[in-house]
Ligand binder design. Structure first.
Ligand code: NAD
Length: 471
């Protein structure tokens, strides 16, 4: 058996939590071959689906406690998302795990060659707080589908959801193969000392650097799902009614605390003037005259983020919203106009319900604006012109792109989801998740006869000549 068999657990700093026993036990299960069995994988994925169905009410309450997450959002973007992801993996496992034959060139004959997927071993999944269920368990579905053991570390900033995961997961999944470890920096740092076979981290770039540094010590490969400022370009020829609805949905779901939420809008002055009253109506339709009373609108995760976001309200003219309540950690869906590129709100990912609108004269200036900044996790274009769309697609580099909508690429399982440059590396949705947690092992099986002597010494001009011809 290969994988983590040869990796030993390094000495840990004294006083920090010690997870080496749990880790070694998972490694030992992995070496036993238990997780390689396809029926085991299917049973585990089915159990994960069942966990989502059986505990729907408890999960909805936990997500409401952590983020004031509306029940429908909790169901669509977390509970049902995880269940569908697990089902998707379960149904396609047979296909994904099949060996893939590749052709062998004449110089390698007689032989057969193929790619044989194998699990990596024991993997670590570190989740973020904004979609605390999805960001740990969708990764877990991919890790199980690929036949790995896993440790999950949910975010401490969503403590109610973390507690439900820790309580319920062992009731459904094989505890010899999957462990949940709750905790914050100290616990995560201790986990990062261990020689996992892969780390999937979701969160901010600064901690992403810490994760990657720690992983380097053990030569552990990483998938980093980070964030960034995802731009939304709106062209004058866009259908503004539909644009406003789709923009508001993407921006204000989960109170703007979504990694792929449109961070800011780039449009010309005239289009902005036409868009604003429509957007105002759309927001009233969605959340009522006072969104603080709406069951469909979430809250900011904690006081630190509330204060950070409140400061942005001074960075432009508030044209919609602007109300807030610190005790409730409530910030209304807010739109800022006349925002300058130098203002505070444009210096970091907003990650909250504040939408700045910046004016640019045309699509070329908008593309130039986007390309002069870090490559974002998502980029959006609303318009109705094939040539402009083509320019946008060719020139803008982003993890994911959606034309004429926001965030909807998430429903397409076959699209790999992930960032590029500062917004992340690697991907893990659908088959890309299976591949992330697998090693694609190259295998060649030679036939015994004939054993052509061209490559063997003594080298002669005649042999070399033949080799040249065969190339
Ligand atoms: P967070 O505070 O929950 O941190 C993420 C994880 O890192 C947590 O499990 C936490 O315990 C751990 N952590 C924090 N500090 C650490 C340290 N010093 N050492 C080791 N581990 C540590 O989440 P966050 O960073 O606030 O996440 C928000 C960011 O995540 C945003 O930038 C957002 O865009 C991004 N995000 C990306 C995706 C994606 O799929 N690409 C999804 C959600 C969020």
């Amino acid at each position: 058996m290969t994988g983590s068999a040869s990796k030993s657990v390094p000495k840990r700093p004294t006083n920090s939590p010690d997870y080496s026993r749990e880790f070694e036990s998972l490694q030992s299960t992995f070496r036993s071959g238990r997780t390689r069995d396809l029926d085991w994988r299917r049973t585990q994925l089915h159990a994960l689906e069942k966990m989502m169905v059986d505990n729907e009410a408890e999960l909805i309450s936990a997500l409401a406690a952590d983020l004031g997450k509306p029940a429908q959002e909790a169901w669509t973007a977390e509970i049902s998302y995880v269940a569908s992801d697990a089902a998707y993996c379960r149904k396609r496992l047979g296909k994904w795990t099949r060996n893939r034959r590749v052709s062998t060139p004449l110089t390698g004959w007689p032989a057969r060659s193929w790619v044989q997927p194998e699990p990596l071993g024991t993997v670590l999944i570190i989740g973020a707080w904004n979609y605390p269920l999805q960001l740990t368990l969708a990764g877990l579905a991919a890790a199980i589908a690929a036949g790995n053991c896993a440790v999950i570390k949910p975010s401490e900033l969503a403590p109610a959801t973390s507690a439900v995961i820790a309580k319920r997961l062992p009731e459904y999944l094989d505890a010899a193969c999957v462990r949940v470890i709750e905790g914050a920096v100290e616990e995560t740092s201790a986990l990062l000392e261990l020689p996992f076979d892969h780390i999937l981290y979701t969160g901010g770039g600064n901690v992403g650097r810490i994760v990657m540094r720690a992983a380097a010590k053990n030569l552990t490969p990483v998938t980093l799902e980070l964030g960034g400022k995802s731009p939304c370009i709106i062209l004058p020829n866009a259908n503004l009614e539909t644009t406003a609805r789709r923009l508001a949905w993407g921006k204000f779901m989960n109170a703007g605390q979504t990694c792929i939420a449109p961070d800011y809008v780039l449009t010309d002055r005239d289009t902005e003037a036409r868009l604003l009253p429509i957007l105002e109506n759309v927001l009233r339709d969605m959340f009522g005259a006072d969104p603080a009373q709406s069951d469909s609108y979430g809250r900011i995760v904690n006081g630190r983020h509330f204060d950070r976001l409140s400061a942005f309200l001074n960075d432009g003219e508030i044209v919609i919203g602007g109300e807030s309540d610190a005790a409730e950690r409530y910030i209304a869906p807010t739109v800022l106009s006349g925002v300058s590129a130098d203002s505070g709100v444009m210096q970091e990912e907003i990650f909250g319900p504040v939408l700045p609108i910046l004016n640019v004269p045309d699509i070329d200036s908008a593309i130039e604006f986007v390309c002069a900044r870090d490559k974002p996790l998502a980029a959006y274009l609303f318009g109705n012109d094939a040539a402009q769309e083509q320019r946008f697609l060719e020139q803008v580099s982003a993890g994911n792109i959606c034309i004429n909508d926001t965030m909807m690429f998430m429903v397409v399982e076959e699209l790999p989801f992930g960032g590029v440059g500062p917004s992340g590396m690697g991907a893990y949705s659908g088959e890309s998740g299976f591949r992330t947690f697998s090693h694609m092992k190259s295998v060649m099986k030679r036939g015994w006869w004939p054993d052509i002597a061209l490559r063997y010494a003594p080298y002669t001009a005649k042999k070399w000549n033949w080799l040249r011809r065969l190339r």
